[in-house]
Design a protein around this ligand. Structure first.
Ligand SMILES: *Cc1c(COP(=O)(O)O)cnc(C)c1O
Length: 419
């Protein structure tokens, strides 16, 4: 019996109502082509660690310096996760306690600046994240937020423009990293800009941490004062966050996480992070990051050859954005049509979008999850064709049905690793 069946068996006896909802969600995941670039498929070993008795333990503090007794084993578990994170990313210090990417960013800001300071981040509609200064997030509420964006011609970052903005606003923190930017960042250029204006550099690699881990994306670790990441996106671990920094900043970072931003650590999640970090050293992960990027390039080429326009003309990483403006379609329309065809993508703003945030003109998609399931170039060609069919024949039920059938067949050929 696989891990999913075993767990559902226990749950059915304890709570049939919840078990049936979890079973339905498992089926949805099993038979949906998952193209949301921030999602992935955690391994059975990660699920085992996360769904374990470690959830019973309180351990405020850090390994060896806890406010609770009985921490001898959880100390070793957390230290193991820290050592593995430092080894994988060549970092001097790792804090593995952040509950998610947003809490990692909250703690990172607390470690390197004060409320009211100026932070300069990438505009949300150009790919940045809510926690990089949006007025609805703590980052825009507690800090004075300013933004930089991509250039209109290339739809890519122009580092001279970032420098000009940095000189204009003199931020205490320069924030780099994004949720919807299909290109790599020049961390050396960013570090130089930060240095010129006396700012600290925070790199949020939430999206591309797994690409960095696998050597398919440059690493910000040698350049940034603080690096934050999520563990559930390309890194293929459990839901969670993490902070990397040089040894000299370790104390401030640890204090900012606890007691600054959080209470006790989620030791079950930390164990899951340890398992996921360990997996990067195993043969089955070899080449995963390169395959994610190669698949994304192949998918992007396929979409463009089917007449779709991609923001910035392609991708260097795991994600891409389809510009729906030339087709006079909206993100919501397209996302809903995809849902009906069992293909999951998300609508997203694109640079210089004039449509509303709720119904923007872009569709964001990526390859981490389908690559984890084992799909390769041939499947990318087929997926590109399915997407183009759906978009070019929006509202045509026969096309939607055919796409749904093909999407299901692909999912059946590359099952989740839970049975
Ligand atoms: C996903 C993401 C986060 C936040 O992660 P949560 O775990 O959802 O809080 C932060 N920054 C960037 C750039 C992200 O893409």
């Amino acid at each position: 019996m696989g891990i999913a069946a075993e767990r559902l068996d226990v749950l059915r006896r304890a709570d049939p109502e919840l078990a049936s909802l979890m079973s339905a969600e498992l089926d949805r995941q099993q038979y949906t082509l998952e193209l949301i670039p921030s999602e992935n498929v955690a391994s059975p070993a990660v699920l085992e660690a996360v769904g374990s008795w470690l959830t019973n333990k309180y351990a405020e503090g850090t390994p060896g310096k806890r406010y609770y007794g009985g921490c001898e084993f959880v100390d070793q578990i957390e230290a193991l996760a820290q050592q593995r994170a430092c080894a994988l990313f060549s970092a001097e210090h790792a804090n593995v306690q952040p509950h998610c990417g947003s809490s990692a960013n909250l703690a990172a800001y607390m470690a390197i600046c004060k409320p009211g300071d100026t932070i300069l981040g990438m505009d949300l509609s150009h790919g940045g994240h809510l926690t990089h200064g949006s007025p609805v997030s703590f980052s825009g509420i507690f800090y004075h937020a300013e933004f930089y964006g991509v250039s209109r011609d290339t739809e890519q970052l122009d580092y001279e423009e970032v420098r000009r903005r940095a000189q204009e606003v003199r931020p205490q923190v320069l924030v780099a990293g994004a949720s919807a930017y299909p290109r790599v960042f020049d961390f050396k250029a960013l570090a130089e800009i930060a240095q010129e204006v006396g700012a600290r550099l925070l790199v949020d690699m939430a999206h591309f941490a797994g690409l960095v881990a696998g050597g398919a994306h440059p690493s910000p670790v040698p350049y940034a004062d603080v690096v934050t990441l999520t563990t559930h996106k390309t890194l293929r671990g459990p839901w969670g966050g993490m902070i990397l920094c040089p040894e000299e900043r370790a104390k401030e970072v640890d204090k900012a996480v606890f007691p600054g931003a959080q209470g006790g650590p989620l030791l079950h999640a930390i164990a899951g992070k340890a398992v996921a970090l360990h997996a990067w050293a195993q043969p089955e992960m070899q080449g995963y990051a390169q395959r994610v990027v190669a698949n994304a390039k192949r998918l992007a080429d396929g979409l463009m050859s089917e007449g779709l326009r991609l923001v910035s003309g392609g991708t260097d990483n795991h994600l891409m954005l389809i510009d729906l403006r030339p087709l006079q379609l909206t993100g919501r329309q397209v996302q809903e049509a995809f849902d009906r065809a069992h293909v999951t993508v998300n609508r997203n703003s694109i640079p210089f979008d004039e449509a509303s945030k709720f119904n923007p003109s872009g569709i964001r998609l990526g390859t981490p999850a389908v690559t984890t399931r084992g799909m390769g170039p041939g499947e990318m060609d087929e997926i590109a064709h399915l997407i183009a069919q759906l978009i070019h024949h929006l509202g045509d039920e026969a096309v939607a049905e055919e796409v749904a059938g093909r999407a299901r067949a692909l999912c059946e050929a590359y099952p989740l690793p839970y049975s």
